[in-house]
Design a protein around this ligand. Structure first.
Ligand code: NAD
Length: 356
């Protein structure tokens, strides 16, 4: 066994159907009295339900303007609202965009964040934040932004549309897949990564197939459990080519986050396959597929998810520039970054070609 360092972070996780009912107790246990509840405009009703459950004295207000990639102007408005309303914490009800807004408030003010995730993106388990200023998204790491407590209630994810559930779930699988070949990986993260992939690979087909009643709640719970594990991997070990490419494509060409991850993951795994055989074997086993790259591609296409960049807004004429940006800053990756091979990867992703 290779040498490793394992560090755990102080965070509470409250999990299960109906666990939202315990949110007020979470705030009380942390000594928090007045929450600013955050959401996107379409999730206002969910945020209002959360506010009602918290009870009026514990709610400073609802800020419903969270949007993708945390524009600095929205972050400033939210910080100002928190200050004016006398909030002592932020309760983020939503996916990565809303939790990202909570993190932006925490970064500046130190206000603790309590996360109530409703997608599988995993931001709630990471100290990573992102802020977009003048069209450029910058990311950083700061322990102050890590949510103190995370309440995972699968009932809240029942309303996540099936197509978004699939791409969000594959976004989560991407964290675990790259965690398995991370140079700072460790055996605990490997266990979490494999179990996270397994749980999502089993749950997503059931959600897609239209499971209902208790079966659907079970599948939603399994998917959220997988998302928790995969998010923990993202927050604990370094990511590589796949995440860098998605950051470039999402940030520079304004492509939708979870869809980009879904399209690029099989191609990135194919690129790294020969350089990380052990990780690939683990990913394949967790997927229940013969190989990692084709396993992810087949999972996505069997669930009706996009497999081609051209279908999610990328333009052929931008592929060269995407390749240049991806090569600008070096970072660790199992296989060295080779221009020609990377350009071929992008072409395959653009065309939606099944990896060999
Ligand atoms: P999102 O938060 O943007 O949500 C997408 C849409 O789905 C929104 O309109 C949202 O309101 C809606 N939605 C979410 N949950 C719903 C539900 N249960 N029912 C109905 N509608 C629902 O999408 P996301 O993929 O979760 O997050 C993407 C963002 O998060 C990106 O900006 C990405 O960079 C960031 N992210 C950050 C980290 C991190 O560690 N910092 C990790 C993952 C993602």
């Amino acid at each position: 066994m290779h040498s490793f360092i394992y560090a755990s972070r102080a965070q509470r996780v409250v999990f299960g159907p109906g666990s939202l009912g315990g949110l007020a107790a979470e705030l009380d246990a942390l000594g928090l009295r007045r929450a600013l509840v955050l959401c996107t405009p379409p999730q206002r009703a969910q945020a209002e339900r959360v506010a009602a459950l918290l009870g009026a004295p514990r709610v400073a207000g609802i800020f419903d303007q969270a949007v993708m990639h945390v524009p600095i102007e929205i972050a400033r408005q939210a910080r100002e609202a928190a200050r004016e309303l006398g909030a002592d914490c932020a309760v983020a009800v939503g996916g990565g965009s809303t939790i990202g807004l909570g993190k932006a408030i925490a970064l500046d003010s130190g206000l603790p964040v309590i996360a109530v995730p409703t997608t599988y993106a995993g931001s709630e388990m990471t100290p990573i934040y992102g802020l977009t200023e003048a069209g450029v998204k910058k990311t950083g790491k700061d322990d102050r932004v890590l949510p103190r407590s995370v309440v995972y209630d699968p009932e809240l994810s029942l309303s996540l549309p099936v197509s978004m559930s699939v791409t969000s779930g594959i976004n989560a699988i991407a964290h675990a897949a790259e965690g398995l070949y991370s140079p700072d990986g460790n055996p605990i993260m490997d266990l979490m990564a494999q179990e996270g992939i397994r749980a999502l690979a089993q749950a997503l087909p059931a959600i897609h197939a239209g499971a209902n009643g208790a079966d659907l709640l079970q599948a939603r719970g399994d998917a959220l459990y997988g998302a928790w594990l995969c998010g923990t991997v993202l927050g604990s070990v370094g990511m590589a080519l796949h995440h860098k490419l998605c950051h470039t494509l999402g940030g520079s060409f304004n492509l939708p986050h979870a869809e980009v991850h879904t399209v690029v993951l099989p191609q990135a795994l194919a690129y790294n396959a020969a350089a990380a055989p052990q990780a690939m074997a683990r990913i394949a086993a967790a997927l229940g597929a013969p190989a990692a790259a084709t396993g992810v591609f087949d999972l996505a296409s069997s669930l009706g998810a996009p497999t081609a960049l051209r279908d999610i807004g990328m333009r052929q004429e931008d592929l060269d520039r995407a390749c240049d940006i991806a090569l600008q800053t070096p970072y660790p990756n199992p296989r060295p970054l080779e221009r020609e091979a990377l350009r071929a990867l992008l072409q395959n992703a653009y065309d939606g070609r099944r990896p060999q």
